[in-house]
Design a protein around this ligand. Sequence first.
Ligand SMILES: Nc1ncnc2c1ncn2[C@@H]1O[C@H](COP(=O)(O)OP(=O)(O)O)[C@@H](O)[C@H]1O
Ligand code: SF4
Ligand SMILES: [Mg+2]
Length: 349
Amino acid sequence: MSHLLEIKNLSVAFPTHDGLVRAVSDVNLTLDRGELVAIVGESGSGKTVTSLSVMSLHNRRTAQITGQILVQTPDGVVDVVSAEEPIVRALRGKTVAMIFQDPMSSLHPYYTISKQLTEAFRIHNKVSKKVANARAIEMLDLVGIPEPDKRAKEYPHQFSGGMRQRVMIAMALINNPDIVIADEPTTALDVTVQAQILELLRKLQKEFDMGILLITHDLGVVAGIADRVNVMYAGQVVESGVVDDIYYRPLAPYTMALLASIPSVAAKGAGQLSAIPGQPPSMISLPKGCSFQPRCALAHLVPNHLCERVMPELTEDEPRHLARCHLELSARTHAAAEARANRIVGGQA
Ligand SMILES: Nc1ncnc2c1ncn2[C@@H]1O[C@H](COP(=O)(O)OP(=O)(O)O)[C@@H](O)[C@H]1O
Ligand code: SF4
Ligand SMILES: [Mg+2]
């Protein structure tokens, strides 16, 4: 059976006055029904550019997009990269829906919640306003908004941040999509509300057997919720695997550094929480070898300055666990085990 979503060799570049921004380079990933797959990486690593590509929301005349984005639809598989605009429009919001970080930028301030939800439903369904309104209220109830028939008549500013994000989830799910892309859906929310929204997403995902692509800069967020994780750095996937492997047996030095920088995972005690030193590279002039080399604490273990000269390939180092690194596998597993032991000594495995 083919995947709900399969991204194959996706590269996206934007010509600018300063040069070509290579935002995404040769990304491969899959999403199946009932799965929650995360994309994690620091700001600027190409996560949003990847997700907007799946919705075909880049300017098609200026963005340079290569590769394939194969989406399973009721009428067969569509390659979003090469399909005509009407075909893409038909699947946008229906087969694939998106939840953005900031609901205020996607909700219209002058229209009631009910109007916005019913319109989203009626784009893809030829039904009366009354039927669509009933569906809108049903969806608000589903996402845990109390008194949904009353609240539907209100405007976005009358909702709290967390409640607005619930409205966005209702809007994304109103057409019963197979694939939902959630791009930093909780970044703007405080920690308690964050957890509630993630729990809601997971619950709905199971209930409707959807595939969710969850995008976040926070590796801590995906621990209890993702099935598989893709770690991105400088436009590339540097590690990919099931969530426990990523947390307990990371194989890419970048993932190890990310783990060490999560407050809830890193060791207790002043000074032990290490932000990754240095900055991600410019996407216009990437380093010649491994993109992470200027910041990598393990590069010195690789002989002949290979990290500075040659970009490592993404390889299946262990079953279903891929990483992009020149360093011998045993040296990496050793480094990961040491880092983990330090965390346990610190009292927070
Ligand atoms: N339309 C665009 N034109 C030029 N550069 C862009 C454009 N969109 C994104 N970028 C650049 O691509 C890189 C990846 O961005 P993005 O995918 O938004 O990162 P993030 O992982 O934080 O979501 C960044 O360097 C960003 O500045
Ligand atoms: S290839 Fe070298 S620089 Fe890149 S992550 Fe591995 S050890 Fe570090
Ligand atoms: Mg982003």
